[in-house]
Design a protein around this ligand. Structure first.
Ligand code: ASP
Length: 325
């Protein structure tokens, strides 16, 4: 549109004084509105989280930037005590402490991350504060908790009564291993595109159920649980973090999209890289969700059972992902 206007003006200019100012004025009036810069915003998230995507999607509809919308969306699930894999109510580590991980990344490539944080519910928001208010990218453990309190976050007990009961039961069976089955992965990775067409993402989790104290998975690791390149697209991961870290899954997906793969092809290749290192069918789950700058979406998991939620044009859908097995 800009080029057209420029060409129009320069050819008129060659007519010099022969062109009456009124013609130039008329030309200006008939110029169609430039709607090129208005994008249809959308929010996508791992798993079936319609409230979270609705909150993010409506914030985007109201003009919020992609990162603020994503942080707002996931905050709903972080507060939801019934969600046992994110925020308050998250499943504890094997010593009975709920420790949370989260990260954020915006369209400029700025990022923030918090690892193994206790007593703070809204760790995605905290990761954003690390990005915005500290000279660092990552704060871990007690340092992250202290920083949160200095920013006005109130310490809360994150272990629910139900969570405590389930943990005690788990202790009783004497199986002192983290649970890495297929069902208990529900990390929320959310990608948002705002009305300016800018991408940001967030990843938030309580990590593996009954993990060793201090264990950190892929979710707060930039490039593993989340990666954004605003020129290309973004990706998020859920599932067994150790395997995602080994293949730097989200970064890999964005790089594959840079090389021309669709989000779907890139997610399938990233899952394939994990599976090819196993002897046959893995007994763990990993799933990816990705989008590119055109707004195409891809999702793929090792095992059936992964779904994602998409809010666009004021409608919210839960969509079942394709799977390798
Ligand atoms: N990716 C998370 C982690 O490894 C777990 C999950 O998605 O449930 O900590």
């Amino acid at each position: 549109m800009k080029r057209k206007l420029f060409l129009g003006q320069s050819s008129l200019a060659t007519l010099g004084v022969l062109v009456a100012p009124s013609i130039l004025k008329a030309k200006k009036i008939v110029k169609p509105l430039n709607t090129n810069n208005i994008h249809i915003s959308y929010a996508i998230s791992t798993w079936n989280v319609p409230q979270a995507t609705k909150i993010a999607g409506e914030a985007l509809d109201n003009g919020a930037n992609a990162l603020d919308a994503a942080v707002k969306g996931v905050a709903f699930e972080e507060s939801n005590i019934l969600n046992t894999t994110v925020g308050r109510g998250g499943t504890p580590d094997r010593d009975g402490s709920v420790t949370l991980d989260a990260c954020v990344m915006n369209h400029k490539g700025d990022c923030g991350s918090v690892l193994a944080v206790e007593d703070i519910t809204h760790v995605a928001s905290l990761a954003k504060e690390v990005m915005e208010k500290t000279p660092h990218v990552i704060l871990a453990g007690e340092g992250a908790r202290t920083f949160a309190i200095s920013q006005g976050y109130l310490p809360e007990n994150l272990l629910s009564d139900e969570g405590k009961k389930a943990w005690r039961k788990w202790l009783e069976n004497g199986n002192y291993r983290p649970e890495i089955n297929i069902e208990n992965h529900d990390t929320i990775g959310m990608l948002c595109c705002d009305q300016e067409g800018l991408l940001s993402g967030v990843c938030t989790t309580s990590g593996l159920a009954y993990k060793m104290k201090g264990r950190v998975g892929d979710s707060p690791i930039i490039g593993s649980g989340l990666f954004i390149d605003n020129n290309i697209g973004g990706a998020v991961a859920t599932g067994l973090g150790e395997e995602v870290i080994k293949t730097v899954g989200s970064f890999l997906i964005v790089e594959l999209m840079r090389q021309g793969r669709t989000p779907q092809e890139a997610c399938e290749e990233a899952v394939g890289r994990i599976v090819e290192k196993q002897n046959g069918k893995p007994d763990f789950q990993v799933a990816y969700l990705a989008t590119n700058k055109k707004g195409d979406i891809g999702a793929f998991s090792i095992h059936k059972g992964f779904s994602f939620t998409k809010y666009k044009n004021k409608t919210n859908h839960n969509i079942t992902s394709k799977a390798m097995f």
